[in-house]
Write a protein that binds this ligand. Structure first.
Ligand code: 5GP
Ligand code: MG
Ligand code: MG
Length: 179
């Protein structure tokens, strides 16, 4: 385990099981359809790469990036689109793929935004959810696991752009971001 972590929450095997289960649910629910999978940069990238391989249907890959927390650990609630989709969403089944829903502000903003585009459907798949931190309700159509209120890193999730490449997901020692 990395020295800056307090504990490992999900190891590689547990993450793989989560992804397999989500891929199976999505494959079942969208049977006969095509999916336009929208990965939210950068946190969801590792999860996204594994998830699309666990979906046994035609999938088109695209990405969006929203304004981030900077180097802090709390959301400002002031969301902006930094990078938009390459193609129009009209008539497509949009599956948003996110790393973690915390306050819910980012995904709430994005779901509202998608309601104004003419997508055929819009659903949300998040690897993780922190229900105790929610400020606004968000419908999570697919969720890997609910997690406690701690600052997590690894498997795509960063602190100050670090730790994304850890193959497992764990709790960052508070002393790392409190200093
Ligand atoms: P929300 O808008 O739901 O508050 O924030 C969602 C975003 O905040 C996530 O996509 C993620 O980038 C970041 N975030 C929320 N909780 C954590 C966490 O525990 N660790 C990390 N690294 N990022 C988090
Ligand atoms: Mg994210
Ligand atoms: Mg981040």
């Amino acid at each position: 385990m990395h020295k800056d972590l307090e504990t490992i929450l999900f190891n590689e095997e547990q993450l793989a099981e989560m992804v397999t289960r989500l891929g199976r649910e999505i494959t079942r629910d969208y049977a006969g359809e095509e999916i336009y999978a929208v990965g939210i940069l950068k946190g969801a990238v590792l999860f996204y790469a594994d998830l699309v391989r666990a979906i046994d249907l035609p999938v088109t890959l695209d990405f969006m990036q929203l304004s981030s927390y900077g180097s802090g650990t709390d959301s400002s609630g002031d969301v902006q689109i930094l990078l938009d989709l390459a193609k129009s969403v009209a008539g497509r089944n949009i599956l948003l793929v996110e790393d973690i829903v915390d306050s819910g502000l980012s995904m709430h903003y994005l779901m509202e935004n998608f309601r104004h585009r003419k997508a055929k459907s819009v659903k949300l798949c998040s690897l993780l959810s922190k229900p105790s931190r929610r400020k606004v309700a968000v419908q999570l159509d697919y969720c890997g696991a609910e997690v406690p209120d701690a600052f997590l890193v690894g498997y795509g999730l960063d602190y100050d752009q670090k730790y994304r490449n850890l193959p497992y997901l764990g709790v960052l020692k508070p002393e790392v971001y409190e200093k």
